[in-house]
Design a protein around this ligand. Sequence first.
Ligand SMILES: [Cu+2]
Length: 280
Amino acid sequence: MIRTVSRAALAATSILTLSAPAFAHMVFEQTQSAPGEAFSGVLELPHGCEGAPTDTVRVTFPQGFEAAEAVEKDGWTLEVTEDTATWSGGSVPDDAHERFAINGTFASDLAPGDIVFPVSQMCGDAVLDWEPAVTLLDPALQVTVGDLVLNGAFARATLPNAPVGGGYVTITNSGDTADRLISASSPFSPDVQIHEMAVVDDVMQMRHMAEGLEIPAGETVTLAPGGLHLMFMNITEPFVEGETVPLTLTFEAAGSVEIELDVQSFGASGSHDHDAHAGH
Ligand SMILES: [Cu+2]
């Protein structure tokens, strides 16, 4: 993600453009929604502007983000117009990570894909521009089983002779009791395991979750590159970009459901192909 730094005092020709390191960009805490769904977006300031404290934050609501509101903050003046929410008059030190929140509903006729909420972070005359995005998932690709809704299922293409493949899906439990993913199976592998990433002795390692994966009531669990994932052991054929991999997931309460994983490029991270994430 690119951020631009501009100072009003400088001529347009001398505007600085810097690439922010991946760990310092501004993203929404919740990055997925769908057309027609309500969305609560929380943004955290990664830092000030070149060391200076932040005094104003403005979020521009994209087209199709309806009934938009923003959440008041102590010590800040909030002004909401049809297109923007602006918090001003406060001060966030460079090393603090203050949060700002907006609410609204994505219009039901919006197309699936990334929706950018332009954000201007101001520190006196300095302005940092950010482009946090929300991915609208395609409702046609949702799969429902019991109280669970499965979204955005994908796998990454495997390299020649790779023994394993990774699969990812987002699972939302709309019920009021917890469920548990207890097993997975696929004709592409004799053994599909549920893995999590954990730091052991300062080294990131994968751990087989033999006890399964809890899907808490009312919550969304995201399996994604660099985090929780399904690991297809000893794959019987390669995962080829553009094709699909069938997968059966079995939940303790909701039962079994068959889904198809879209095979994306080797480095894909789901709908955010442009973002760099830690490898599998
Ligand atoms: Cu793994």
